[in-house]
Design a protein around this ligand. Structure first.
Ligand SMILES: [Zn+2]
Ligand SMILES: [Zn+2]
Length: 590
């Protein structure tokens, strides 16, 4: 199987390797093609089977790149890429995951020092060899050394947005097997953590061997890592998937146990022990009538773990109910007060995707989006939204020359947005994503900001400030009279950039007092704010905006990642700016 993401990853690697060898322009063509391939709504391998011409129809994919995609789909490799790999035998993705190390740097360091892996990079940095290379200095070497641990950690974790589609496809497939009674994901992916170790899938069945056989025959699997009688692992789209099969009577217990988190489970187990119960992956058991030997919980044979009177096991809700608790949504299971809330009946009514009425942060071809305003508005209407905000980039710090709109262009855009709005069934708001400079000032003229329907202000530059400076900067923007939303507040990129370090309590309180929403950016590479930071906004009585920051209609589908992240921060619908109907939204906007 060659998924669109797999093809896109290969094109990015192609671009990196070309750039490392000093080729100009061409790498960017490959990167743009990769983006459009990843976003393409149909399976690229099927398209490739109909020929190069069909593939070349994809936006920004020219004949040359199309022929390479077809070559890959047909043969599993691309000759020219293999040559590039041979001439520069480095672990490109691992090395470029170090902030400040781009493909060109990788090429230079390979030529000068023969560095091919993260370990070799670290050794060279510690030995002071990098600062000796022409074009590098002590400061660069120190930066590289400091950024390696973050890069190493990110190499071991997968972005939620990369893993979740694999999990969804696999669960849908397993559901079609006769021997599968129930299937669900467990582990951190069920809690919608922003990055995950691997995908845990749990199946209820009375015929585990048939399920394992079906699992290993999944057409999307790249390779099967191992297969036993109740467990198996495979890799698909670069993601490791671990399957576990249990009998239906124990599915709820296993689902609870393997969903975690560890801290949540420890607290839950203590609650069970206090009631003379035993809680484990097989069920919840009353052991008050057992003699001490039989109740020995240190023995780890499955039979001894099932001793006592079984109280629950088939359903997760019953497991919680027998412990005197309301069922706790997986997103909350981090041991941050959810068990007490479940005992007291004060769990939040969490926001759901259906509560969102429109997007407050999107782009069009006026800046770096791929589609016209008309197409984006139509796509939002198709999805059932009540409103859509057009917020293209303003020119300014952090925005590539030629991408952002200056004040004149924004005024010109007003006319176009008005025309589209007049023709649309949904409400269209005209706004901007302006830039918050390092000192907290904005890129767009105050008078113009006051005229626009909505103003999103985001940090796009100087993302390495210290906590005080970063918090001052964002607070100043949040209290600007025209700013409605602070976009992707930390500027982090999962697995590649840590982003601003922010005093979230101070920012949340300042923003709440100024009636400015803080964004949960649903772009899978961002998920910014993170769930833990969102909790601070809720506690300050503030408002969040759950936005996709879509640059194409397909990216509007990322909304669910933002909603799940919001749920991890205990967000209720009343906390969400874009859960308001458009009339109320208009009243909130400054
Ligand atoms: Zn932005
Ligand atoms: Zn944006």
């Amino acid at each position: 199987m060659r998924s669109n993401d797999a093809v896109a990853r290969l094109l990015v690697e192609f671009a990196d390797r070309l750039e490392a060898t000093g080729v100009e322009y061409k790498p960017n063509a490959y990167r743009r093609a990769a983006e459009n391939v990843a976003d393409y709504p149909e399976p690229i391998d099927q398209l490739a089977e109909t020929g190069e011409d069909a593939v070349a129809e994809i936006d920004r994919v020219g004949d040359a790149i199309a022929s390479k995609i077809v070559e890959y789909v047909e043969t599993g490799s691309i000759d020219e890429l293999e040559d590039l790999r041979d001439s520069l035998p480095v672990e490109m993705a691992a090395l470029t995951s170090v902030e400040g190390v781009g493909p060109k740097t990788v090429g230079t360091l390979y030529e000068a020092l023969g560095i091919t892996t993260l370990d070799e990079l670290e050794t060279a940095a510690e030995a002071g060899e990098i600062q000796e290379v022409t074009g590098f200095g002590a400061k660069t070497e120190q930066n590289i050394r400091e950024n390696i641990p973050f890069a190493r950690q990110s190499q071991q974790r997968e972005r939620l947005g990369a893993a979740r589609p694999v999990a969804d496809d696999l669960c849908a497939y397993l559901d079609t097997l006769d021997t599968v009674a129930r299937v669900d994901v467990a582990g951190s992916i069920r809690r919608w953590k922003d990055t995950i170790g691997d995908v845990d899938v749990l199946v209820a069945s009375d015929d585990s061997e048939a399920v394992v056989a079906g699992f290993t025959e999944w057409g999307d699997a790249d390779d099967v890592i191992e297969a036993g009688s109740h467990k198996a692992s495979l890799r698909a789209d670069g993601v490791r998937v671990d399957l576990r099969v249990v009998v239906p009577e124990e599915f709820g217990a296993a689902l609870q146990y393997f969903t975690g988190s560890k801290d949540h489970n420890v607290r839950l187990r203590n609650r069970a022990i206090a009631r003379d119960y035993k809680l484990n992956e097989y069920g919840l058991f009353d052991i008050s009538d057992l003699d001490t030997d039989a109740a020995d919980t240190t023995s780890d044979t499955a039979d001894s773990q099932r001793g006592g009177v079984k109280l629950a096991g088939q359903s997760e809700a019953a497991m919680y109910a027998e412990l005197g608790l309301a069922w706790i949504p997986p997103e909350l299971r981090e041991d941050t007060g959810e068990i007490d809330a479940a005992a007291e009946g004060t769990l939040p009514t969490l926001v759901e995707t259906g509560d969102i009425n429109g997007d407050c942060h999107t782009h069009s071809e006026w800046s770096d989006g791929g589609n016209s305003i008309e197409e984006m508005v139509a796509a939002a209407a198709d999805r059932g939204d009540d409103f859509h905000c057009v917020t293209d980039h303003a020119t300014g710090p952090g925005i590539i020359e030629g991408i952002g709109l200056d004040d004149d262009a924004l005024r010109e855009q007003m006319v176009t947005v008005d025309a589209v709005a007049a023709d649309s069934d949904i409400t269209v708001f005209h706004g901007v994503e302006t830039n918050i400079a390092a000192d907290g000032s904005l890129s767009t003229d105050d008078e113009l900001l006051a005229e626009l329907d909505i103003v999103v202000a985001s940090p796009h530059s100087a993302l390495d400030q210290d906590t005080d400076a970063a918090t001052d900067r964002l607070c100043q923007a949040a209290t600007h009279p025209s700013v409605d939303v602070i976009g992707h507040p930390t500027g982090r990129l999962l697995n590649s950039r840590a982003g601003l370090s922010v005093d979230m309590t101070r920012l949340a309180e300042t923003a709440a007092a100024a009636d400015t929403a803080l964004e949960i950016n649903a772009t899978p590479a961002r998920l910014d704010l993170a769930g833990e930071a969102v909790r601070a906004v809720v506690e300050a009585g503030g408002t969040v905006a759950i936005n996709t920051d879509a640059h194409s209609p397909a990216e509007l589908d990322n909304r669910r990642y933002g909603v799940k992240t919001a749920r991890r921060g205990w967000v209720e619908p009343t906390d969400v700016l874009n859960a308001k109907p458009s009339s109320e939204l208009r009243a909130f906007l400054h």
